[in-house]
Design a protein around this ligand. Structure first.
Ligand SMILES: Nc1ncnc2c1ncn2[C@@H]1O[C@H](COP(=O)(O)OP(=O)(O)OP(=O)(O)O)[C@@H](O)[C@H]1O
Ligand SMILES: [Mg+2]
Length: 330
């Protein structure tokens, strides 16, 4: 790809049948393949080349300190060095890493601190199956969190003094990535998202999911301190409040790690970030400025067929697909 901004040519999304993907893992690759085919027909994407994003419990990202090696040698010997740090047999994992910094340990040894990524081979395989069954060609597999980062990091990021926390809130998975100057420092994948709040409302009120979704979107989280006693408000408060606490806990965990940089602000994306009151509540809990991502601001907008209103509506949702696409474009 040339210099200058990338162009958003098309945008499309399709709902998956219930049970096709659970907690971010492809369960029924035929159902997912059928949905992808439908999406391709609907959105008229001209390419078959795709980047697959993964975010679930079968991928772990950890900060690990290893004896220093040149990066290319470390890559070759990675599988011999990391078994103690990952919760799966190393033979069943796809490994990757990002070098963070060099340092000298207490014994005077030269060390390299890295962000280690380990993904279960079979989980990645199921995602690839769905894509190939749909007739597409996977060019790359990436961590969804890294896509979120790529969609929002600008050329000036390298000069940042403070770290920044990006939080992409989906229906059932939330990706948290803390980066410093564009380098990922911390990743946490939460198996929580907007659907947990909707489900809680549905259960509390005894109404179907679509109706609960409307109730959730109309009410949002309280910001004034007083929680309304309506059962729906209480359900939103409980699940939404637990979500806010979980994000805050994740950022605290990052801040307690060796070498952590101060976080300057939190930026939200994903459909779940639209929940009323969430920006205020996260800001109060973290004592940080919280903003909503503008992943389209760095893009040229092509003839997408969408109106300006529709584009503004989908903007929080484009962070992940745009970031994934930029992974092969760059
Ligand atoms: N106005 C709104 N208020 C509250 N929540 C909203 C609003 N609009 C969308 N959402 C929530 O956004 C979520 C969907 O977001 P998104 O499309 O980013 O998720 P997804 O990528 O499909 O899910 P996942 O990443 O978990 O696979 C749903 O839970 C939905 O309830
Ligand atoms: Mg998502």
């Amino acid at each position: 790809m040339g210099k200058g901004p990338a162009t958003l040519e098309r945008f499309g999304q399709v709902a998956l049948p219930v049970g096709a993907v659970r907690d971010g893992e492809v369960i029924d690759s035929d159902a997912v393949a059928a949905a992808i085919k439908q999406l391709w027909a609907q959105a008229k994407f001209s390419t078959k080349k795709v980047v697959v994003g993964v975010a679930n419990q079968k991928v772990v990202v950890r900060q690990v300190d290893l004896p220093w090696l040149p990066v290319n040698e470390l890559r070759k010997s990675l599988s011999f060095q990391v078994q103690d740090f990952i919760p799966m047999p190393v033979e069943q994992a796809i490994l990757d890493f990002h070098p963070l910094e060099e340092f000298t340990n207490d014994a005077g040894g030269r060390m390299l601190r890295v962000l280690l990524v380990a993904a279960a081979r079979d989980m990645v395989g199921s995602a690839m199956d769905a894509v190939t069954k749909a007739g597409l060609q996977p060019a790359m597999v990436d961590l969804t969190s890294f896509a979120v980062l790529r969609s929002q990091v600008t050329a000036s990021a390298g000069f940042a003094v403070e770290a920044e926390a990006l939080v992409d809130i989906g229906a059932s998975v939330t990706n948290i990535v803390v980066h410093h100057g564009g380098v990922p420092r911390f990743v946490r994948i939460l198996l929580m998202g907007g659907a947990d709040i909707t489900d809680a409302v549905a259960e509390r009120l005894g109404v179907p999911t679509d109706q609960a979704e409307t109730v959730k979107q109309t009410n949002g989280l309280s910001t004034g301190g007083m929680v309304e006693s309506h059962p729906a408000s209480r359900a939103i408060e409980q699940t939404g409040g637990a979500f806010v606490e979980e994000v805050r806990g994740s950022l605290d965990y990052y801040l307690a790690q060796p070498g952590a940089a101060r976080i300057g602000r939190v930026v939200l994306s994903g459909g779940g970030s639209r929940l009323g009151g969430l920006v205020e509540r996260l800001s109060a809990a973290t004592r940080l400025p919280v903003e909503v991502a503008r992943p389209m601001s760095a893009l040229k907008i092509g003839k997408t067929g969408l109106t300006d209103d529709q584009l503004a509506y989908v903007e929080p949702m484009v962070a992940v697909p745009v970031g994934l696409a930029m992974g092969v474009a760059s």
